[in-house]
Design a protein around this ligand. Structure first.
Ligand code: Q46
Ligand code: ZN
Ligand code: ZN
Length: 305
Protein backbone atom coordinates (compact mmCIF):
# COMPACT_ATOMS: atom_id res chain seq x y z
CA UNK A 1 0.00 0.00 0.00
CA UNK A 2 1.27 3.46 -0.89
CA UNK A 3 1.19 6.65 1.17
CA UNK A 4 -1.86 8.67 0.20
CA UNK A 5 -0.27 12.05 0.82
CA UNK A 6 2.87 11.22 -1.15
CA UNK A 7 0.57 10.07 -3.95
CA UNK A 8 -1.03 13.53 -4.19
CA UNK A 9 2.48 14.87 -4.81
CA UNK A 10 3.11 12.32 -7.52
CA UNK A 11 5.49 10.27 -5.35
CA UNK A 12 5.20 6.51 -4.85
CA UNK A 13 6.19 5.62 -1.30
CA UNK A 14 5.32 2.59 0.81
CA UNK A 15 2.93 3.27 3.68
CA UNK A 16 3.97 2.04 7.14
CA UNK A 17 0.50 2.32 8.60
CA UNK A 18 -3.06 1.94 7.46
CA UNK A 19 -5.73 3.95 9.30
CA UNK A 20 -9.05 2.57 8.01
CA UNK A 21 -11.15 4.90 10.17
CA UNK A 22 -9.68 7.83 8.23
CA UNK A 23 -9.37 5.90 4.98
CA UNK A 24 -5.69 6.78 5.08
CA UNK A 25 -2.38 4.99 4.51
CA UNK A 26 0.72 6.93 5.46
CA UNK A 27 4.49 6.74 5.19
CA UNK A 28 6.63 7.40 8.27
CA UNK A 29 7.10 11.09 7.59
CA UNK A 30 3.43 11.76 6.89
CA UNK A 31 2.23 9.68 9.84
CA UNK A 32 4.37 11.77 12.19
CA UNK A 33 3.06 14.94 10.60
CA UNK A 34 -0.56 13.70 10.78
CA UNK A 35 -0.16 12.57 14.40
CA UNK A 36 1.29 15.84 15.63
CA UNK A 37 -1.36 17.86 13.80
CA UNK A 38 -4.06 15.69 15.37
CA UNK A 39 -2.72 16.32 18.89
CA UNK A 40 -2.38 20.02 18.15
CA UNK A 41 -5.95 20.23 16.83
CA UNK A 42 -7.31 18.42 19.88
CA UNK A 43 -5.55 20.91 22.16
CA UNK A 44 -7.04 23.79 20.15
CA UNK A 45 -10.54 22.32 19.72
CA UNK A 46 -10.98 21.83 23.44
CA UNK A 47 -9.00 24.96 24.34
CA UNK A 48 -6.88 22.83 26.64
CA UNK A 49 -3.92 25.20 27.05
CA UNK A 50 -1.72 27.68 25.25
CA UNK A 51 2.02 28.20 24.99
CA UNK A 52 1.80 30.53 28.00
CA UNK A 53 0.48 27.83 30.34
CA UNK A 54 2.71 25.81 32.64
CA UNK A 55 1.89 22.15 32.09
CA UNK A 56 2.77 19.14 34.18
CA UNK A 57 2.52 15.77 32.42
CA UNK A 58 1.74 12.72 34.54
CA UNK A 59 4.33 10.22 33.34
CA UNK A 60 4.06 6.59 34.33
CA UNK A 61 6.87 5.37 32.07
CA UNK A 62 4.46 3.82 29.55
CA UNK A 63 4.19 4.62 25.84
CA UNK A 64 1.30 7.08 26.08
CA UNK A 65 2.60 9.36 28.81
CA UNK A 66 6.20 9.48 27.56
CA UNK A 67 5.03 10.07 23.98
CA UNK A 68 2.72 12.83 25.17
CA UNK A 69 5.46 14.53 27.16
CA UNK A 70 7.69 14.43 24.09
CA UNK A 71 5.11 15.70 21.59
CA UNK A 72 3.95 18.58 23.80
CA UNK A 73 7.50 19.89 24.01
CA UNK A 74 8.04 19.30 20.30
CA UNK A 75 4.93 21.37 19.59
CA UNK A 76 6.44 24.18 21.66
CA UNK A 77 4.48 23.84 24.88
CA UNK A 78 6.01 24.36 28.28
CA UNK A 79 5.64 20.88 29.76
CA UNK A 80 7.46 19.32 32.71
CA UNK A 81 6.81 15.88 34.21
CA UNK A 82 5.62 14.27 37.41
CA UNK A 83 6.12 10.61 38.23
CA UNK A 84 4.60 8.80 41.17
CA UNK A 85 6.85 5.95 42.30
CA UNK A 86 4.25 3.46 43.52
CA UNK A 87 6.74 1.07 45.08
CA UNK A 88 5.38 -1.97 43.26
CA UNK A 89 8.53 -4.09 43.20
CA UNK A 90 10.55 -4.28 40.04
CA UNK A 91 7.80 -2.75 37.92
CA UNK A 92 8.00 0.62 39.70
CA UNK A 93 11.79 0.54 39.77
CA UNK A 94 11.98 0.07 36.02
CA UNK A 95 9.21 2.60 35.29
CA UNK A 96 11.05 5.24 37.31
CA UNK A 97 14.31 4.52 35.49
CA UNK A 98 12.67 4.98 32.09
CA UNK A 99 11.08 8.27 33.18
CA UNK A 100 14.27 9.64 34.76
CA UNK A 101 16.35 8.73 31.73
CA UNK A 102 13.81 10.35 29.41
CA UNK A 103 13.61 13.56 31.46
CA UNK A 104 17.38 13.91 31.13
CA UNK A 105 17.20 13.29 27.41
CA UNK A 106 14.62 16.00 26.76
CA UNK A 107 16.11 18.25 29.46
CA UNK A 108 12.85 18.91 31.28
CA UNK A 109 12.20 19.13 34.97
CA UNK A 110 10.82 15.99 36.60
CA UNK A 111 9.10 15.78 39.98
CA UNK A 112 9.16 12.40 41.67
CA UNK A 113 6.76 11.50 44.45
CA UNK A 114 8.01 8.41 46.23
CA UNK A 115 5.07 6.78 47.97
CA UNK A 116 7.35 4.68 50.18
CA UNK A 117 8.50 7.84 51.92
CA UNK A 118 5.30 9.90 51.56
CA UNK A 119 2.82 7.34 52.84
CA UNK A 120 3.62 3.69 52.03
CA UNK A 121 4.19 1.72 48.86
CA UNK A 122 1.12 0.35 47.08
CA UNK A 123 2.44 -3.18 47.77
CA UNK A 124 2.36 -2.45 51.52
CA UNK A 125 -0.99 -0.65 51.35
CA UNK A 126 -2.43 -3.65 49.54
CA UNK A 127 -1.43 -5.89 52.46
CA UNK A 128 -2.41 -3.49 55.24
CA UNK A 129 -5.74 -2.42 53.81
CA UNK A 130 -7.01 -5.65 52.28
CA UNK A 131 -10.68 -4.62 52.21
CA UNK A 132 -10.06 -1.95 49.53
CA UNK A 133 -8.97 -2.83 45.98
CA UNK A 134 -5.34 -1.66 45.49
CA UNK A 135 -6.26 0.18 42.28
CA UNK A 136 -8.81 2.27 44.09
CA UNK A 137 -6.24 3.26 46.77
CA UNK A 138 -3.65 3.87 44.06
CA UNK A 139 -6.02 6.08 42.04
CA UNK A 140 -6.94 8.21 45.06
CA UNK A 141 -3.31 8.70 46.05
CA UNK A 142 -2.12 9.49 42.51
CA UNK A 143 -4.83 12.11 41.95
CA UNK A 144 -4.09 13.67 45.34
CA UNK A 145 -0.36 14.11 44.79
CA UNK A 146 -0.65 15.19 41.17
CA UNK A 147 -3.05 17.97 42.08
CA UNK A 148 -1.08 18.95 45.17
CA UNK A 149 2.32 19.11 43.46
CA UNK A 150 0.92 20.94 40.42
CA UNK A 151 -0.42 23.70 42.67
CA UNK A 152 2.63 23.80 44.91
CA UNK A 153 5.06 24.12 42.00
CA UNK A 154 3.00 26.69 40.12
CA UNK A 155 1.58 24.63 37.22
CA UNK A 156 -1.94 25.42 36.11
CA UNK A 157 -2.53 22.36 33.91
CA UNK A 158 -2.13 18.65 34.50
CA UNK A 159 -1.99 16.51 31.35
CA UNK A 160 -2.49 12.75 31.27
CA UNK A 161 -1.86 10.29 28.47
CA UNK A 162 -5.34 8.70 28.35
CA UNK A 163 -5.96 7.64 24.76
CA UNK A 164 -9.15 7.09 22.78
CA UNK A 165 -9.27 3.38 23.67
CA UNK A 166 -8.98 4.20 27.38
CA UNK A 167 -11.68 6.84 27.11
CA UNK A 168 -14.20 4.77 25.21
CA UNK A 169 -13.76 1.66 27.35
CA UNK A 170 -14.55 3.75 30.44
CA UNK A 171 -17.37 5.44 28.55
CA UNK A 172 -18.77 2.07 27.51
CA UNK A 173 -18.71 0.79 31.11
CA UNK A 174 -20.30 3.96 32.42
CA UNK A 175 -23.05 3.79 29.82
CA UNK A 176 -23.74 0.11 30.46
CA UNK A 177 -24.32 1.05 34.08
CA UNK A 178 -25.84 4.46 33.32
CA UNK A 179 -23.38 5.92 35.72
CA UNK A 180 -24.43 9.53 35.21
CA UNK A 181 -22.20 10.96 37.87
CA UNK A 182 -19.06 9.57 36.23
CA UNK A 183 -20.33 10.41 32.73
CA UNK A 184 -20.80 14.02 33.77
CA UNK A 185 -17.07 14.21 34.52
CA UNK A 186 -15.84 12.38 31.44
CA UNK A 187 -14.66 15.29 29.34
CA UNK A 188 -11.21 15.88 27.79
CA UNK A 189 -10.81 19.06 29.82
CA UNK A 190 -11.88 19.64 33.39
CA UNK A 191 -11.54 23.28 34.24
CA UNK A 192 -9.57 24.51 37.23
CA UNK A 193 -11.67 25.13 40.28
CA UNK A 194 -10.77 28.14 42.39
CA UNK A 195 -7.46 27.42 44.03
CA UNK A 196 -8.48 23.84 44.74
CA UNK A 197 -8.11 21.86 41.53
CA UNK A 198 -5.79 22.53 38.62
CA UNK A 199 -7.08 22.12 35.07
CA UNK A 200 -6.94 18.51 33.85
CA UNK A 201 -6.55 17.69 30.18
CA UNK A 202 -6.27 14.63 27.93
CA UNK A 203 -4.60 15.68 24.66
CA UNK A 204 -4.53 12.04 23.42
CA UNK A 205 -8.29 11.56 23.75
CA UNK A 206 -8.69 11.23 19.97
CA UNK A 207 -5.53 9.13 19.45
CA UNK A 208 -5.88 5.35 19.50
CA UNK A 209 -3.56 3.09 21.45
CA UNK A 210 -2.12 1.79 18.20
CA UNK A 211 -1.38 5.30 16.87
CA UNK A 212 0.19 6.32 20.18
CA UNK A 213 2.39 3.21 20.29
CA UNK A 214 3.56 3.77 16.74
CA UNK A 215 4.45 7.42 17.35
CA UNK A 216 6.39 6.61 20.54
CA UNK A 217 8.23 3.84 18.71
CA UNK A 218 9.06 6.04 15.70
CA UNK A 219 10.42 8.74 18.01
CA UNK A 220 12.80 6.15 19.48
CA UNK A 221 11.43 6.58 23.00
CA UNK A 222 12.18 3.70 25.37
CA UNK A 223 9.23 2.85 27.60
CA UNK A 224 8.09 0.14 29.99
CA UNK A 225 6.08 -2.45 28.12
CA UNK A 226 5.16 -4.49 31.17
CA UNK A 227 1.71 -3.88 32.63
CA UNK A 228 1.36 -3.05 36.31
CA UNK A 229 1.34 -6.43 38.08
CA UNK A 230 -1.61 -5.34 40.22
CA UNK A 231 -3.70 -4.44 37.23
CA UNK A 232 -6.64 -6.76 37.16
CA UNK A 233 -8.05 -4.59 34.39
CA UNK A 234 -10.15 -7.56 33.28
CA UNK A 235 -13.32 -5.57 32.67
CA UNK A 236 -11.81 -2.62 30.85
CA UNK A 237 -9.63 -4.96 28.77
CA UNK A 238 -12.71 -6.93 27.76
CA UNK A 239 -14.50 -3.73 26.82
CA UNK A 240 -11.49 -2.68 24.75
CA UNK A 241 -11.60 -6.03 22.97
CA UNK A 242 -15.35 -5.74 22.25
CA UNK A 243 -14.94 -2.18 20.95
CA UNK A 244 -11.93 -3.28 18.89
CA UNK A 245 -14.03 -6.04 17.27
CA UNK A 246 -16.77 -3.54 16.38
CA UNK A 247 -14.16 -1.13 14.99
CA UNK A 248 -12.78 -3.83 12.76
CA UNK A 249 -16.16 -4.43 11.21
CA UNK A 250 -17.20 -0.78 11.15
CA UNK A 251 -14.11 1.44 10.94
CA UNK A 252 -14.58 4.82 12.55
CA UNK A 253 -16.98 3.57 15.25
CA UNK A 254 -14.61 4.28 18.16
CA UNK A 255 -14.12 7.88 17.20
CA UNK A 256 -17.78 8.40 16.36
CA UNK A 257 -18.85 6.89 19.70
CA UNK A 258 -16.57 9.28 21.57
CA UNK A 259 -17.24 12.40 19.48
CA UNK A 260 -21.00 11.92 19.55
CA UNK A 261 -20.96 11.40 23.31
CA UNK A 262 -19.17 14.73 23.70
CA UNK A 263 -21.37 16.52 21.18
CA UNK A 264 -24.81 15.04 21.88
CA UNK A 265 -24.92 13.54 25.33
CA UNK A 266 -22.36 15.34 27.49
CA UNK A 267 -24.08 18.76 27.17
CA UNK A 268 -27.25 17.24 28.64
CA UNK A 269 -25.28 16.18 31.69
CA UNK A 270 -22.95 19.13 32.03
CA UNK A 271 -25.71 21.44 33.19
CA UNK A 272 -26.85 18.91 35.70
CA UNK A 273 -23.58 18.67 37.58
CA UNK A 274 -24.22 19.56 41.14
CA UNK A 275 -21.26 21.12 42.88
CA UNK A 276 -19.83 18.55 45.20
CA UNK A 277 -19.81 19.41 48.83
CA UNK A 278 -16.20 20.50 48.62
CA UNK A 279 -14.28 21.55 51.67
CA UNK A 280 -10.67 21.55 52.81
CA UNK A 281 -9.25 18.58 54.68
CA UNK A 282 -8.74 19.53 58.32
CA UNK A 283 -5.33 17.90 58.38
CA UNK A 284 -3.66 18.66 55.04
CA UNK A 285 -5.88 21.45 53.67
CA UNK A 286 -6.33 19.63 50.35
CA UNK A 287 -9.82 19.34 48.76
CA UNK A 288 -12.13 16.77 50.25
CA UNK A 289 -15.83 15.98 50.39
CA UNK A 290 -15.45 15.00 54.04
CA UNK A 291 -13.77 16.69 56.98
CA UNK A 292 -10.71 14.47 56.55
CA UNK A 293 -9.55 13.59 53.03
CA UNK A 294 -9.10 10.02 51.79
CA UNK A 295 -5.30 10.20 51.84
CA UNK A 296 -5.11 11.48 55.43
CA UNK A 297 -7.60 8.77 56.32
CA UNK A 298 -5.30 6.11 54.85
CA UNK A 299 -2.37 7.61 56.78
CA UNK A 300 -4.40 7.47 60.02
CA UNK A 301 -5.39 3.88 59.37
CA UNK A 302 -1.75 2.93 58.83
CA UNK A 303 -0.67 4.66 62.03
CA UNK A 304 -3.18 2.62 64.03
CA UNK A 305 -1.96 -0.72 62.67
S1 Q46 B 1 -4.20 1.86 39.47
FE1 Q46 B 1 -3.89 -0.31 39.74
FE2 Q46 B 1 -2.88 1.24 37.82
FE3 Q46 B 1 -2.16 1.68 40.34
S2 Q46 B 1 -2.17 -0.40 41.12
FE4 Q46 B 1 -1.28 -0.55 39.08
S3 Q46 B 1 -3.04 -0.99 37.81
S4 Q46 B 1 -0.84 1.54 38.59
S5 Q46 B 1 -3.28 2.67 36.19
ZN1 ZN C 1 4.04 10.07 2.52
ZN1 ZN D 1 -5.91 15.42 54.07
Amino acid sequence: MNCKICKTKGIKKNAIVNLPSYNLSLCKEHFIEWFERRVQNTIKDFQMFTKEDRILVAVSGGKDSLGLWFVLNKLGYNADGIHIDLGINDYSKKSREYVEEFAKKIERKLYIVDLSTEIASISILKEKIPNKPPCSICGIIKRYYMNKISKKEGYNTLATGHNLDDEISVLFGNILNWNLDYLSKQYPILKEYENIFVRKVKPYCRITEKESALYTFLMGIKYIEQECPLSTGATSLKYKKILGDIEEQFPGTKLRFFNNFLRKFYPLLANKITEENLQRCKICNEPSSLEICAVCNIKMKLAKL
